[in-house]
Structure formats: structure tokens, C-alpha cells
Ligand binder design. Structure first.
Ligand code: EPU
Length: 431
């Protein structure tokens, strides 16, 4: 598709964001919870499901496995009675990383599972060794056949102690999803501690699983023979919440976000306070205010596994740091190639000195409107943040990436006063 025929966001910057809104349920909580529904014969109801492309693709995968689902507003009922030992179609597996999450439940329930290479954002090597070593520890045979992963456990899975080489988020989820129906006890040591792990463990426990310690670095699972369906509400999307807070700070705004979990965002909130934003919080609400004449100050940060600063917010906050006074060093320590937004930020006039995984951002630099392209979900969000604070009009390509992970970011920003619209074709270009 030529760039001229693609949809893009047209943004006129320097509108101060203000107002209030309720955030959507979490993308990275929805996907493992949809996979968890495969573990029972009974239907499960998920509430607060975000209306995003990755969820739509995952529902298509379930349908290809013989599992019906009904979607009404932000609720999804998954009816897994027809689950078979199928495999996601390769095209759908390649559409998102979380497609690989069907492996754990299918292996646990049917003794065999296979999946083509999962896709997802191109942000560096994304191996599967943590998942595969874990399946093997649970007694499965795992092979790679023609680029597909094939796992079999004809005599069922057996509990084991699994020490993860890295606290992989999807790896921990896949092993939880497999171990809940294994015979005996499993311990996952060096487990990921993200809130999404707790969300899926809560759902599994509602289904009758016996999981202890989710949210800590060692999780114990006592296997059970079968699980029932569950009714489960997803946690709010902490990355959507964080992106909106960052956008508000970048426009010297004043917004209130409702239905959030401030305790899931400690690292971001601490950095926003360091740079000089005023944050007010209650159990489920966050307010951020930055006066229009405020001089925000530089800070350094490292993107790390939770509870460290979220790698998914590294690109958006980098856009904000171009607007603060001083030198900020942003060190990406989770993914090896998650800096593709930097060249695009420079097109707005940002002063960024390349430093491999730890670039130096020098601010404040006045940004001016630019034509740029997001290369992944969070890079596209970062370019939107830059455009909101830039003088003049910008065009942001990479809309497809954004719609994989944000329900309605452009609409939310418009409701908060941003001048942002989705333009559909070359005819509407007026830059
Ligand atoms: N890793 C391994 N071996 C593995 C798996 C991962 O070495 O078997 C390494 C990766 O190479 C990477 C690091 O571990 O360097 C982190 O990867 P992880 O497996 O934790 O990431 P993920 O589970 O594939 C999820 C989110 C990502 C988020 C990361 C880190 C979902 C669907 N995706 O990916 O979300 O960035 O955790 O928090 O939950 C996004 O939403 O934009 C996104 C990319």
C-alpha cells in the first residue's frame, strides 16, 4: 500500500488536554484470559474487554479451534465446549505474539498442541525458549517441525519446579495455563510479576485452579482435575493509562482518569513526579496537572520487567522527555530493538543523541509538525504524543499498529481537547 492511500492521524498540536475519562480494560490481560477460557468445557464471561485488533484476531483463533464466542459491548462470552486439538491458522498465529498462548491450555486439555511462529511487534529477538523449556519440564515432548512448534504429552502433564531463564510475561502465562491441569504441584521460579499475570491467575482460581503467589517471583500451582467456567473482569489497561498521563504532561494538561489502578503504575508515577508533574491519586483514580508555564525537569530511567518502568511506556515517555529541561538517559533493558521511534522523533526536531539501547534526550526542544511513521503499537503512540506537543500539523502513519493495542486513543484524546482526526486517503491531505 502506498503511503498516500493509507489512513493516518492528522494532528494539530499544542492543545492543552483537559477533562476526564474512564480507561478501557487491559490488552495484555485480555489475551491470556481468553486463552484461559479454553481450559474448561463451560462458558466463561469476560468483562471490560478492549475493542482492539489483537482481541479480534484472538477470537478468530478461538473460532478456528472450534470455540464460539459472543461479543456484546465490552463483554465476551467464550463457549469452549467444542475445543479440539487443533492449531491456529498460520496467518493468525503470525498476526500477534499472544497466539502462542493457546499452547498451554491445549496441551493441558488435549495432550497435544501446535502453533506456527507467533508474530507481534518487531522490537528485537522474541524467542520462545522459556515457554518450551517449561513445557518440557512439565513432561511434554516439544519439537519444531517445519517452523511449527509441536508439543505432545500423551500421558498428561506432571507438576515440576521450573526455573525461568528470564521472567517472560507470556512465558509465565503459558506455563500457568499448562500447569493448572497438571498432576501434582508446579513451582514457577523467577516468574514474571506483571499485573496481567495476577489477572489471569485470579480468573483461573475463579475457574477452580489452585494458584498461589501470582504477582511474586515464585508461583505455586497445585494441579486440579478440571476447571469450570468463570465470570471475570479484566484489570484496567495500565499502558493506556500511562500513555494518556504522558500525553497530558506533554501538553501541559490537566486530566482525570477513572477506573484505573495507580498501584500498577508506581514506576511511571514516580518518574512523572520527578520531572515536576503534580499527581493526585485515590484507589481507582489518577489526576495529573501541569501548569502551562511549568518548566519540567529531566530524568533518567530504565525500562525493566515489572515493577520496574514498563518497556511499553518507554517510547511514549521518550517523546515527553524531549520537552523537559536538561539531559535524560532512557535505557531500554527488556527488548533489544525498541528504539525505532527515535529517528521519527528527530523529524519533529527532537535533539536525541544515539546511544544504542540508552539514547540521550536533550530538552526542551521546540517540536514542529512532521510526517512520520510508527513501526509498532507503542512507537506510534509516542509519535502521537510528540505531535500533540508540536507546533503545527503532523501526519502520523502506522494507524494499524495503534489499533492493535489501543481501543480508541484518538477519540479519547479528542474528548480531552486534542485536535486529532483519522484521515482516510490522499484526498484529505491538507498539510
Ligand atoms: N525472552 C526470552 N525468552 C523467551 C521469551 C522472552 O529470552 O522465551 C526475552 C525477550 O527476548 C525479551 C524479554 O524476554 O527480551 C521480554 O519478553 P517477554 O516474553 O516478557 O515479552 P512478551 O511476553 O512477548 C509481553 C507483552 C508486551 C510487553 C512485554 C514486556 C503481551 C501480549 N505482550 O510480551 O507487550 O512489551 O510482555 O512487558 O502481553 C505491547 O503491548 O505493546 C507489547 C509489546
Amino acid at each position: 500500500m502506498s503511503a498516500d492511500a493509507e489512513p493516518f492521524f492528522r494532528i494539530t498540536g499544542q492543545r492543552r488536554l483537559s477533562g476526564e475519562l474512564r480507561v478501557n480494560g487491559g490488552k495484555n490481560a485480555a489475551l491470556p484470559c481468553l486463552a484461559a477460557a479454553l481450559l474448561s468445557d463451560e462458558p466463561s464471561r469476560l468483562r471490560r474487554v478492549p475493542d482492539i485488533e489483537d482481541v479480534h484476531r484472538f477470537l478468530e483463533i478461538l473460532s478456528a479451534l472450534g470455540v464460539e464466542s459472543d461479543v456484546a459491548a465490552d463483554e465476551v462470552v467464550v463457549r469452549p465446549s467444542g475445543v479440539c486439538s487443533g492449531s491456529p491458522p498460520d496467518g493468525l498465529a503470525a498476526a500477534l505474539r499472544a497466539s502462542f498462548l493457546v499452547m498451554g491450555p491445549l496441551l493441558a486439555r488435549t495432550g497435544q498442541a501446535s502453533c506456527g511462529a507467533p508474530g507481534g511487534d518487531v522490537i528485537g529477538a522474541r524467542p520462545l525458549d522459556v515457554h518450551l523449556a517449561g513445557f518440557r519440564a512439565l513432561g511434554a515432548d516439544v519439537e519444531s517441525i517445519g517452523g511449527r512448534t509441536v508439543a505432545t504429552a500423551p500421558r498428561g502433564l506432571r507438576g515440576a519446579t521450573i526455573v525461568l531463564d528470564y521472567p517472560s510475561v507470556l512465558g509465565t502465562e503459558n506455563l500457568l495455563l499448562a500447569a493448572v491441569l497438571a498432576q501434582g504441584q508446579t513451582r514457577i521460579v523467577n516468574a514474571a510479576m506483571e499485573p496481567e499475570i495476577v489477572c489471569v491467575a485470579d480468573m483461573l482460581n475463579r475457574m477452580g485452579a489452585r494458584i498461589f503467589g501470582a504477582g511474586h517471583n515464585t508461583i505455586t500451582i497445585d494441579g486440579v482435575e478440571q476447571l469450570s467456567g468463570a465470570d471475570h473482569e479484566l484489570i484496567p489497561d495500565r499502558i493506556e493509562t500511562g500513555t494518556l498521563l504522558i500525553a497530558a504532561a506533554a501538553t501541559r494538561g490537566d486530566i482525570c482518569l477513572q477506573g484505573v489502578r495507580p498501584d500498577h503504575l508506581e514506576a511511571l508515577l514516580s518518574k512523572l513526579a520527578d520531572i515536576g508533574a503534580t499527581i493526585r491519586r485515590s484507589a481507582d483514580q489518577l489526576d495529573i496537572a501541569v501548569p502551562s508555564d511549568a518548566q519540567l525537569m529531566a530524568t533518567n530511567l530504565q525500562a525493566l520487567p515489572y515493577p520496574g518502568f514498563a518497556t511499553d511506556l518507554q517510547a511514549p515517555i521518550s517523546a515527553l522527555l524531549t520537552q523537559v529541561a536538561g539531559t535524560s538517559i532512557v535505557h531500554e533493558r527488556v527488548f533489544e530493538n525498541r528504539m525505532q521511534h527515535l529517528d521519527e522523533l528527530r523529524k519533529f526536531g527532537a535533539n536525541i543523541i544515539a546511544g544504542g539501547a540508552a539514547p540521550v534526550i536533550i530538552g526542551p526542544t521546540p517540536l514542529s509538525g512532521a510526517v512520520v511513521r510508527g513501526t509498532d503499537i507503542r512507537a506510534t503512540a509516542a509519535l502521537i504524543v510528540a505531535a500533540l506537543s508540536a507546533e503545527g500539523q503532523s501526519r502520523i502513519f502506522g494507524v494499524d499498529h495503534l489499533s492493535r493495542g489501543y481501543t480508541d486513543l484518538a477519540e479519547q484524546l479528542r474528548d480531552l481537547g486534542a485536535d486529532i482526526e483519522l484521515a482516510q486517503s490522499a484526498d484529505t491531505l491538507t498539510n
